[in-house]
Design a protein around this ligand. Structure first.
Ligand code: ADP
Ligand code: GN1
Ligand code: MG
Length: 368
């Protein structure tokens, strides 16, 4: 995320035909990666139509053309599936709006890559699980996403971020950042470094199961936090999975786990007061039920055994990623204040210790 000048914004807006007069474009949402804006358009009829305009992160994504090819492939496929089952493809999946010249994205004069999606109206995007029912609704939607993509040709997908959920590699990257100590911050984070080091072996658990053939690679979302889903305002159902930048071959337990990491607690990801950060086992149970129901039998018994591992490792991995970014100078995750990535790391590590304390109960929940 970064600064967007007025000139670049004008260039980007001019690349699309929005079918009316643009009333304005304002920063929107709480994503950590892309620069997201909401574009307000007054149509001839006088109605206001909204669009999401995004400048894709170059820190995260090196090949926007590959990224967009993935997204168009997946959304076209979902569109057909949704239509076949009587759903509304315009609300239940994203639609890439083509530029005036028919492209899926626009490159500005400084190399910034932009894209547009129609805004999916009458939905809410939650930053925390306000009720167990809403959390379960998100679980069903992420589970269904897995179900709908079960036969998607995985070999047509580009790896948009290399080794994205390679937890062993994330650990190694943290070690390199400690070694380099680019910002002289290592001395402040000894406790966090020790915490990660004590869990080095854990980083291999799911990857090892994959290598041994115990876990299959599936087409997964890989970034299943609650604010990557839109919930229908009227029905409270999770209707549309968004943020498809990281749809790639991956593990079902990681999709499950990343949702648990973010949603099965009652605090912000960057909460400073760790006494407020507590893993909620009840929400874990609720999510498990919803996810497995949504996935409609796709997840095998063997995979179920690894769901708690997915939760713990996605949380540990995310904590290590925040810490790495903190040590490297906050280039990857958007920060709005000093120390924010360190605070984020600390909440993740607190949640990991909580999970370790109720590990047996987590295992029991997924078995039942
Ligand atoms: P990031 O990768 O930075 O997280 P997202 O693609 O998740 O970016 O978008 C950021 C936020 O913008 C989302 O959390 C959501 O609030 C909002 N958003 C994105 N796409 C849409 C859409 N099509 N309709 C409505 N809101 C959207
Ligand atoms: C990022 O893009 P966003 O904000 O939905 C990140 C995830 C992290 C998450 C932590 C592409 O998600 O992997 O888990 O922040 N996305 C990418 O909140 O790195
Ligand atoms: Mg997002």
């Amino acid at each position: 995320m970064g600064f967007v000048s007025e000139e670049r914004m004008k260039e980007a807006l001019n690349a699309w035909d929005f079918g009316g007069e643009i009333a304005g474009a304002l920063r929107f949402g709480q994503g950590h990666i892309n620069d997201t804006f909401c574009v307000y358009v007054q149509e001839e009829s006088g109605d206001c139509k909204r669009y999401i305009l995004q400048r894709m992160s170059t820190a995260a994504f090196k090949h926007p053309e590959q990224l967009m090819e993935n997204i168009v492939g997946v959304t076209d496929y979902l569109r057909k599936k949704i239509a076949e089952t009587g759903g509304d493809p315009d609300r239940e999946t994203m639609t890439v709006k083509r530029t005036k010249s028919g492209e899926t994205f626009f490159t500005d004069s400084e190399g910034g890559a932009w894209r547009v999606y129609p805004f999916i109206e009458n939905t809410v995007c939650l930053q925390s699980a306000e009720t167990p029912e809403l959390f379960e609704a998100s679980a069903k939607a992420f589970g269904r996403f897995q179900y709908m993509l079960k036969e998607y040709p995985a070999d047509t997908l580009y790896e948009t971020i290399e080794k994205f959920h390679d937890t062993e590699n994330r650990y190694q990257n943290l070690m390199k950042a400690i070694e380099a100590d680019a910002c002289g911050r290592v001395k402040e984070v000894q406790a966090e470094i020790e915490f990660a080091k004590a869990r080095k072996e854990d980083c291999s658990v799911c990857l090892q199961a994959l290598r041994e053939g115990k876990l299959p690679l599936r087409v997964t979302h890989n970034d299943t936090k609650l604010n990557n889903i839109l919930i229908d305002k009227a029905t409270g159902e999770g209707i549309c999975v968004i943020d498809l930048d990281t749809v790639m071959p991956g593990l079902a337990c990681n999709d499950f786990g990343d949702s648990i990491r973010f949603g099965a607690n009652h605090s912000a990801e960057d909460e400073k007061d760790l006494s407020k950060v507590n893993f909620d086992l009840h929400l874990f149970e609720v999510y498990t039920r919803g996810f497995l129901a949504g996935a409609g039998g796709v997840i095998s018994e063997q995979e179920k055994e690894y769901l708690p591992w997915g939760a713990k490792l996605m949380t540990l991995e995310c904590g290590m990623r925040f810490l790495t970014d903190y040590l490297e100078g906050d280039h990857y995750f958007a920060v709005h204040r000093e120390g924010q990535n360190l605070d984020r790391c600390r909440t993740q590590f607190k949640l990991v210790s909580d999970m370790e304390k109720c590990w047996e109960q987590m295992m029991e929940i997924v078995r039942k």
